[in-house]
Each structure stands twice: as C-alpha cells, then as structure tokens.
Design a protein around this ligand. Structure first.
Ligand SMILES: Nc1ncnc2c1ncn2[C@@H]1O[C@H](COP(=O)(O)OP(=O)(O)OP(=O)(O)O)[C@@H](O)[C@H]1O
Ligand SMILES: [Mg+2]
Length: 404
C-alpha cells in the first residue's frame, strides 16, 4: 500500500516501529518510533458479509482512548468478526476503521495486522502447547538485550511471576488466559482486543481473572475491547458497553445508562430481567397498574400511551403480616440464588403480565404467599408504537402533570 502524501495512515508510521516486535522506546515524542498519540478507536459504517450472509451491516462504534469497552451480542451476532476486522485479520467489505484519526481500513487502505499495534486474545485457547509460558509471552519479541526482563515484567503485570518455565498444560484455565493476555501486551499495543476470554472459566475464577485482566490492561494504558455474550460480565467490567444486534450497534452507553435507559424493550430484556408495564404518562409521572410511577427521563406529553420498564430490584416486596403500601400480588415461584432470590408474582389485575422481583436471599417466600409490591425509584419508559395514532398529542397549552 502506498499512502497518499500527508495521509495519516498508520502503516506509514507503525512500520517504522518494526511491526509487532517493535518496542516503543522511552524516546521523546519527536522520535519516529514514538507511539502514535491515539484519540481512541472508531469504526464507521462497517460492513462485512460471508458469501450472501451479511454479518455486519453498518457498525458505528467509538471507544475513547484508554477506555475499557465491552461489545455485547448474541452468539453469531458478529462479535468475533468485528474484532478480527479491528485486528486486521479480516478486511471489511465497506466502512472505515481508524485509531487516533489514523485510518487502518477504508476503501483504499488496509493496514496489515502485524503493523497495527493491536494486541489480540482470541476466543479459543491460543497458547502454543510446546512453548513454556516465557516462550509464549516472548513469541512476538525479538531476541535482544532486555528481552528476558521484559517478559518477567509482563508476567508480573498479569500476576504470574515465577511461572515462566511451566508449559500451558501445567496451568489453570485462568492462568492460561493471563498468559495469553501477557503475550498480547508484549507488543505494547494501543488497543487490546479480548474475545470472550473468560468463557471457559468457572464462576468463582471468572470474577477474579476478570478483575486481574482489567487491572493489567489498565496498568498497560491500552484501550481495551472485550467481546462477550454475558450481560453481567459486560456491565460489571466495562466503562462503555456496545450492544450488537442485527449487524449494527443498537446502543452504546455506560453500563448504568444501558441498564436503566435501554433504547427499546428488546434491548431492556437483553441486558437483564425486565418487567414491562403499560401506562399513561402525565408529565414526569405515569399511571400504571402498579400505581403512579415517577419517570426517569423527564417530561412526556400528557396522556401518552407508554411502556414502562421496572427492573426486578425496583419492586419492593412486602410479605404479611402487616403488608405494606402497594399492589396486592401472589407469589408463583421463588428461585433462590444464595445472595438474592428472583420471585415470580402475579397481581390481582388479571390482565397484567406476571412480574419478577429481586429480593434478598434471606427473605422466605413460598409459592402462593400473598404479598404487596411497590415500585421504588424512577422508571424508564418508551412511547408505545400505536400511541401516535390512538392518542394524539394534547392541544397546545394543555397542562402536563398528574391530573388532580
Ligand atoms: N470465515 C467465515 N466464513 C463464513 N461464515 C463465517 C465466517 N466467520 C464467521 N462466519 C459467520 O458469521 C456469523 C458471525 O460469526 P461470529 O463468529 O462473528 O459471531 P460471534 O458473535 O462471535 O458468535 P459467538 O458468540 O458464538 O462467538 C456467524 O453466522 C458465523 O457462522
Ligand atoms: Mg465469537
């Protein structure tokens, strides 16, 4: 590839750093070998099909420099395809990939994987079985003075000091994942791509390794993109979560915004348990079968037909005796999860859908128990699709707010 004069194409600059094994010296910024100052990673209108099967249909994604992002999507939604394009192993059919304003892929450019300074931890076990931990970590590093110290430092960074002479089969799953990460960090990447790195670990180990990996990536200063189909994982590890659906990013937001204010009911269900309740808005409140609820997102037109999202932990369940304020309901089933329990309930409103509430694990609720439920805190809502036709906006000047 021959970059246009003045075109800030990464290959022209990373090539001088010696590809994946090129170390970044602590030279002044003027050095040709200095790392590229990144402003994050962006993809724009990224398309990719395999044969006549479109996988990515216009992925727009921005990950700020230094952020830890998660890409969340169902199996087969194109997560690995996206990561492989970012890493340079696949070429997009259309669209742009840029890091720090430097184009890596567009209609005219394709910077080769080894010149991208992007570390990649693939989905499947990727260690060379015949190499020791040190051999694996140092695989992309040239033989030179300081190489051993560099490997030792990388192993320390991922918490594996002293295990350099072991072979992969002598390591636990979590340790193997950390070796793969150390190898990805060895090229001093601007960006680390992690493809479901914790999928094969058991629940206990996963939380620890997840925290270790996040800490190691952050210490390295790299921007990270982790792919997962585990909502809890995405919400707990990332600063930014992008949900891929139907080949596009359906929503990219902070974990809290994604969970509390998803763009539509399907996305609400995808990122967690969701009670969807119909109602009518009056300014910043809504009338529903669960009573008058406060709306999270400010004012809505009066008398708009809406669907309200009530997360299970927003339902306060009060068992008898005494009961409490709220709506009468009956327990159908309680699923005990140790730290908490998910309680399935039906209200006395026969037309209302069953509800799910999250209660602390110690609360004993048997099937058939009579309780009251009450929504705590503000709720998110969407206008219902038919609202426009059936319920025109009120005439100008009509008061918003709860009717007296
Ligand atoms: N090289 C290929 N040739 C043909 N089809 C492919 C190829 N790679 C991926 N696909 C198809 O593209 C779709 C997306 O695959 P991809 O591996 O990106 O999904 P994913 O979101 O990573 O799934 P998972 O969560 O199961 O890992 C799938 O239907 C897959 O079969
Ligand atoms: Mg995958």
């Amino acid at each position: 590839m021959t970059p246009e004069p003045g075109t800030p194409v990464a290959a022209g600059r990373t090539a001088s750093a010696g590809g994946p094994s090129g170390s970044v010296p602590s030279a002044p910024p003027a050095s040709r070998d200095a790392p590229i100052a990144t402003e994050g990673l962006t993809t724009s209108a990224l398309h990719k099909a395999f044969g006549d099967h479109p996988v990515l249909r216009g992925v727009d994604l921005t990950v700020p420099d230094g952020a830890f992002a998660a890409v969340l999507g169902a199996s087969g939604s194109g997560k690995t395809t996206l990561l492989r394009i970012l890493a340079g192993f696949e070429q997009p059919d259309r669209g742009v990939v840029a890091v720090g304003g430097v184009i890596l892929d567009d209609d005219h450019h394709h910077v080769r994987a080894e010149r991208r300074r992007i570390g990649y931890v693939p989905q499947e076990g990727s260690l060379f079985p015949h190499l020791t931990v040190e051999g694996n970590v140092g695989f992309g590093l040239r033989a030179r003075e300081g190489r051993e110290a560099e490997i030792a430092e990388l192993l320390e960074r991922v918490g594996l000091s002293g295990l350099g002479h072991r072979y992969p089969h002598q390591l636990s799953g979590g340790q193997q994942q950390r070796v793969a990460l150390a190898r990805a960090l060895a090229v001093r990447p601007h960006i680390v791509l992690l493809d479901e790195p914790f999928a094969s670990l058991d629940a206990g180990l996963r939380a620890t390794v997840r925290a270790d990996v996040r800490a190691a990536v952050q210490r390295s200063g790299a921007t990270a993109i982790l792919v997962t189909h585990d909502q809890d994982e995405a919400l707990s590890i990332a600063d930014l979560v992008a949900v891929i659906r139907d080949g596009v990013v359906a929503q990219a937001a902070s974990p809290r915004d994604l969970y509390e204010s998803p763009v539509d009911p399907d996305l609400a269900r995808f990122v967690g348990e969701a009670n969807l309740v119909e109602g009518t808005s009056y300014g910043s409140t809504a009338e529903t079968s669960l009573g008058w609820l406060e709306l999270r997102d400010g004012h809505r037109p009066a008398r708009q037909q809406i669907t309200v999202l009530v997360r299970p932990e927003q339902l306060r369940v009060t068992p008898p005796p005494g009961g409490g304020p709220g709506v009468a309901a009956r327990v159908v089933e309680a699923g005990f999860h140790g730290h908490d329990a998910l309680v399935h309930l039906v209200t006395e409103d026969a037309a209302a859908a069953p509800m799910i509430a999250r209660v602390v694990g110690g609360m004993k609720l048997e099937a058939g128990a009579r309780v009251t439920i009450k929504v705590v805190g503000p709720v998110h809502c969407w206008p219902r699709p038919s609202a426009g036709a059936a319920n025109p906006e009120p005439p100008a000047g009509e008061e918003e707010g709860e009717p007296a």
